[in-house]
Design a protein around this ligand. Sequence first.
Ligand code: FAD
Length: 482
Amino acid sequence: MPRSKQDLSKKHISAEVCILGAGPAGLAAAWEMARAGVIDVVVLERQEGPGGLARTESFREQGYDLGPHRFFTSNKEVKQLWREVLGDDFQPVQRLTRIFYRDRFFRYPIAAADALPRLGLWQAGLALASFARAQLGPAPAQARSFDEWVSASFGPRLYETFFKVYTEKVWGVPCREISADWAAQRIKGLDLWGVARRALRFGGGRQAKTLAEEFDYPRLGAGQMSEQMRLKLEDAGLRFYFNQDVQKVHVRGDRIIAVEVPGMRIEAGHFLSSIPITSFMGSIQPKPEEALLRSSERLGWRDHITVDLDVEGEALFPDQWIYVHDPGVKMARLANYANFSKDMAATGRTPVSVEYFCFQGDALWRMADEDLVDLAKDELSRMGLLSSASVAAGRVRRESESYPSYVLGWRQHFEPLRRFVDSLINLQAIGRGGMFKYNNMDHSVYSGILAARNLTGADGAPFDLWRINIDAKYQEAAIRPT
Ligand SMILES: Cc1cc2nc3c(=O)[nH]c(=O)nc-3n(C[C@H](O)[C@H](O)[C@H](O)COP(=O)(O)OP(=O)(O)OC[C@H]3O[C@@H](n4cnc5c(N)ncnc54)[C@H](O)[C@@H]3O)c2cc1C
């Protein structure tokens, strides 16, 4: 008679495949599996709904993402999946985003021909001279830290003006402590000479046509994509369990045999994990060796707070979002969802969110909700974007592990974890947190698709998921967190 101890206080379920996390990566994996006819799939999610960092929540009948999310990809399969899921509800949006710096707005991406004229002739001249000197110095590839990389690419002057303050707001550490890896992954070169030529010839002020941008967006917010996927997948017979925090991952030898959430034990043949790799490591039973746990504790994240405001009035400002470089305010970015899709706003009102980047437990994180709402109102009115009196209500959302933190030395802590994850033969790590990758949605989605194909033995399998996003084409003309 086979013997294995059973905890009878828990419900036991089993599945062919168990997916941890119902964000874009987990959902894409489930979708691809269903497409291949594998429906004995369980998805575990700690939130009350799907979408992860790309979810949309309703507040006073308006829609708010967790910070602005645009859908953009050069990956045809991902694009096709998004279209297949939402059809006509996936709409093109003409992008307008600006930078707010020292009481002025700069078009973004900053390569726009308006940047130099707005700096003023003298500052623009200094920026160009500094850029020219940088081209004669060491190549960015030799840089160790973020400040070295950006200064080598664009010159110290542009680094100081357009990168330093904002980047430090986002990451909470000096730029010299941020790894050059991250800059190289996310920043594209600027054709400053081209910008200067255009600015001089045309007097500047207008954005070059090549920089005009469009992105796609679901009519009811980023999270509509995930909601729709979940509905279709449930219809197809896949099982979703929400409000289920994975707390234990039972490993025997080189396999995961089960995972546990409070009240339930799930056994499966294969596991896909998109939960933060550090939470995953902390859940392993029996506990892995001490050195691994130490590495996991040292791998860092940046967390963030979103203050959602219900504002009276329409057409407050034309941008979908604004990057706030100004050192005089703590906010790093704000978004106006009415400019993403009119259907996210109620008549006569506008859903606006303000983002503060922080670390769990720091002073901002611990601030009372009312104080955070007041701070956001006060900063917005000081920036001249709206008056405090026009804010009918506000609420606060705190999100942990929003950004994998690529501070110097991160790789040394990460590599042992990656080797451990790879050593488990029925596990694939997917997605942003699962792989500790600074993914956009498309990269996460693609990791889910390929992980599913590895399981279904699709043409071309096995795919090496770690290679996704290595030479990403998805880059901005300057660095911003997404
Ligand atoms: C402010 C902000 C703006 C962004 N803007 C853009 C943008 O404009 N365009 C773009 O393409 N990308 C953007 N991104 C990135 C995008 O949100 C992510 O790439 C995407 O959500 C990652 O999907 P994922 O499934 O890999 O991870 P996640 O979205 O993090 O999903 C992981 C899921 O696992 C769940 N989970 C975690 N721990 C547990 C546990 N213990 N048990 C059970 N479930 C758990 C989480 O609740 C979550 O639902 C932005 C991100 C942020 C933070």
